[in-house]
Design a protein around this ligand. Structure first.
Ligand SMILES: Nc1ncnc2c1ncn2[C@@H]1O[C@H](COP(=O)(O)OP(=O)(O)OP(=O)(O)O)[C@@H](O)[C@H]1O
Ligand SMILES: [Mg+2]
Length: 506
C-alpha cells in the first residue's frame, strides 16, 4: 500500500429496511488531497460518511485508517474523532438554543483550575475559531438567532478547530454565497498544505473543479470509479453520476426567452409601497400572469424578506397587495394559501419537513390545509397524488409510507417542493428550490418551472445561482441592502450583467 494513503474503505455494505444504500463500495483517501464524493440524490454519499464516522454500523467491508484495520463493530462518533476524523454533516447538527461559543466547544469546553467552564477563554477561543473562516459575530448569542448561512459557517469553524487527519464536509456550501465559499476554500487549501485529507461532498460542479484533486463517483449505492480531476471533464462526470448523457440545456433558455413577451398579459399581483421596518424598505412590484420573475441579490440583500411579505409569512407594516384584482387582505399564510398562493421556504429544517411523518403525509400537508383540516382527503386521492409526484420529481424512497427523515437530503427537498406543487397554486414562490438537488434533477426542475409558467402558473424564483435564474426567468428584480434597486428584462442577459446589477449598478 502506498504510504501516503490515510484511509481506505473496501467493499462497504449498508442496508436499510428495503434499501441497499451501499453495495461493496470502495473509497481511498490520500494525505493532503481534497477528494470529492459525487453522485445523485440518494446515491449513498452521506451514508458512506456516516459508516466511516460510526453513526451507522456497516453490514460488511473493511475500513483502514493509516493502514490499521479498525475493529469496526462498535465504533462510535467519539471514536472517529479520536482517530482524527472531524465532520460537518449535511444536516447542521448544532443546538440553536445555546450560544455560538458553546456550540463550537461542545464536549470540549476549556476548564478553570477548579474544573468549572472557563467562559472567558471559551468565548475568546470561539472568536478566534470563527476568525479563521472570516466570521466576526457575537459568540455569546444563541446560535438560532443567526441565519442558516452563518450556522453553516459555525459548523465548519467547529470542525476545523479540532486537530484532525481527515476532514469531512458534506454539502457545506449549500447555503453559502460566493464570498463565503471563497473563504472556505482558502481554509481548505491551508489545511491541505498542512497534510490534512479532505472529503468534500457538493452538487456544485464548479466548486469541485476549483478545489478538488480527485473524484469518487457513486451511483445507486455502488462504486462507479475513482478519477483524478484532470482526467474527468465535467460532461463525463455528469454522465458517470447519472449513468447516461445529459440533455442540452440551450433549448430551455430559448423557450423561456421566446415567451419573454409577457408584457401584454394581465397582472396577477401588484404590491405598492409594501414594507416592514428592519426587514425590507418599501417597494413596488407588478407581476404578470404566467411570468417567471427572479429575485437576485447577495445573501442578506432581502430576497427572502420580499417574498415573505408577499405571502404574508411576515406581516407587512405598510403598503398593500392586490392579488387577482382584489385586495389580498391576508393576515397569515393560510389566507394566502386559500387565495391560491404557495411558498416553498428556504429553511428546509425549520419550516419544511416533518421528520416523523411519511413521504405521503409530508406531500399532502399543504393541500390538506387548503381544503380544511376537517375535510380529510380520501386515501385513494392521496395515494394517487403521492405516486404521481414521486414519479414526477424522481423522489427516491423505499415506499410512499417511508418516514421522510429516512430519505437522503436532496430527496427530502424534492418532497417539500412537491408539497407546494400539489396545491396547483396560481402564484408560486420558490426560495432556493434546487438547493441540495443533484445536477440531473436540477435541470428537470428548471424545465418544470418553465413548463408550469407556460401553462399559466406565475412563479417567483429565488436562487443564488445566477446561471439557473437566467435559464428560467423572464425578468429579474434586483435587491441590495434590503432594498429593491431595479429590474432587468431577461433579454440575452449575461452572468456579468447580473453581477454588475447586484453590485449596485442597475
Ligand atoms: N436512516 C435511514 N433509514 C433508511 N434509509 C436511509 C436512511 N438514511 C439513508 N437512507 C437511504 O439510503 C440511500 C442513500 O442515502 P444518502 O443519504 O446516503 O444519499 P446521498 O448520496 O447523501 O444523497 P443527497 O445528495 O440527497 O444528500 C437513500 O435511498 C436513502 O433513502
Ligand atoms: Mg447526503
Amino acid at each position: 500500500m502506498e504510504n501516503n494513503v490515510v484511509l481506505t474503505m473496501r467493499g462497504i455494505d449498508k442496508i436499510f429496511p428495503g434499501v441497499q444504500a451501499l453495495n461493496k463500495v470502495d473509497f481511498t483517501l490520500k494525505k493532503g488531497e481534497v477528494h470529492a464524493l459525487m453522485g445523485e440524490n440518494g446515491a449513498g454519499k452521506s451514508t458512506l460518511i456516516k459508516v466511516l464516522t460510526g453513526v451507522y454500523q456497516k453490514e460488511g467491508g473493511e475500513i483502514h485508517i493509516e493502514g490499521i484495520s479498525h475493529p469496526l463493530t462498535n465504533r462510535s462518533p467519539e471514536e472517529a474523532q479520536k482517530n482524527g476524523i472531524s465532520t460537518v454533516y449535511q444536516e447542521i447538527n448544532l443546538c440553536p438554543n445555546i450560544s455560538v461559543a458553546e456550540n463550537i466547544f461542545v464536549a470540549r469546553q476549556p476548564r478553570t483550575r477548579i474544573g468549572a467552564v472557563n467562559w472567558k477563554k471559551m468565548n475568546k477561543d470561539a472568536e478566534k475559531a470563527l476568525k479563521k473562516v472570516g466570521l466576526d459575530i457575537n459568540v455569546t448569542k444563541p446560535l438560532g438567532e443567526y441565519s442558516v448561512a452563518i450556522q453553516q459557517m459555525v459548523a465548519i469553524a467547529r470542525a476545523i478547530d479540532v486537530q484532525c487527519k481527515v476532514l469531512i464536509l458534506d454539502e457545506p456550501t449549500s447555503s453559502l454565497d460566493d464570498s463565503e465559499v471563497k473563504k472556505l476554500f482558502d481554509v481548505m487549501n491551508n489545511l491541505k498544505a498542512s497534510g490534512v485529507a479532505i472529503i468534500f461532498v457538493t452538487h456544485f460542479l464548479e466548486q469541485v473543479y476549483e478545489v478538488c484533486d480527485a473524484i469518487t463517483v457513486l451511483r445507486n449505492g455502488e462504486f462507479v470509479g475513482e478519477y483524478r480531476i484532470a482526467e474527468l471533464p465535467r460532461v463525463q462526470l455528469v454522465a458517470k453520476m447519472l449513468g447516461h448523457d445529459v440533455d442540452d440545456l440551450s433549448s430551455l433558455r430559448k423557450t423561456s426567452k421566446e415567451k419573454n413577451n409577457i408584457q401584454n398579459k394581465d397582472s396577477i399581483l401588484k404590491a405598492t409601497q409594501l414594507g416592514k421596518a428592519g426587514s425590507i424598505k418599501p417597494f413596488d412590484i407588478e407581476i404578470k400572469r404566467g411570468e417567471v420573475i427572479g429575485l437576485t441579490g447577495l445573501l442578506g440583500s432581502g430576497r427572502s424578506e420580499l417574498a415573505r411579505l408577499l405571502f404574508c409569512a411576515d406581516k407587512p407594516e405598510q403598503g398593500d397587495i392586490v392579488f387577482k384584482a382584489e385586495n389580498l387582505n391576508a393576515h397569515a399564510p393560510i389566507d394566502s394559501i386559500k387565495k391560491g398562493m404557495a411558498f416553498l421556504p428556504e429553511d428546509r429544517k425549520e419550516e419544511g419537513i416533518i421528520a416523523d411523518l411519511s413521504v405521503r403525509e409530508n406531500l399532502m400537508i399543504a393541500l390538506q390545509a387548503r381544503t380544511g383540516m376537517f375535510k380529510l382527503l380520501p386515501m385513494s386521492k392521496q395515494n394517487e397524488l403521492t405516486e404521481k409526484f414521486i414519479k414526477m420529481l424522481k423522489i427516491k424512497t423505499a415506499s410512499p409510507e417511508t418516514l421522510i427523515k429516512q430519505l437522503s437530503g436532496g430527496n427530502q427537498q424534492k418532497v417539500i417542493l412537491g408539497r407546494w406543487l400539489i396545491t396547483n397554486p396560481e402564484f408560486l414562490i420558490l426560495d432556493e428550490p434546487t438547493r441540495g438537488i443533484d445536477v440531473g434533477t436540477k435541470t428537470e426542475i428548471q424545465k418544470l418551472i418553465v413548463n408550469l409558467a407556460e401553462e399559466g402558473m406565475t412563479i417567483m424564483f429565488i436562487s443564488s445561482e445566477i446561471e439557473e435564474m437566467l435559464r428560467t426567468v423572464n425578468r429579474l428584480c434586483v435587491l441590495c441592502d434590503r432594498q429593491k434597486i431595479g429590474e432587468l428584462k431577461n433579454d440575452n442577459l449575461s452572468q456579468h450583467d447580473v453581477m454588475t446589477a447586484i453590485a449596485g449598478g442597475v
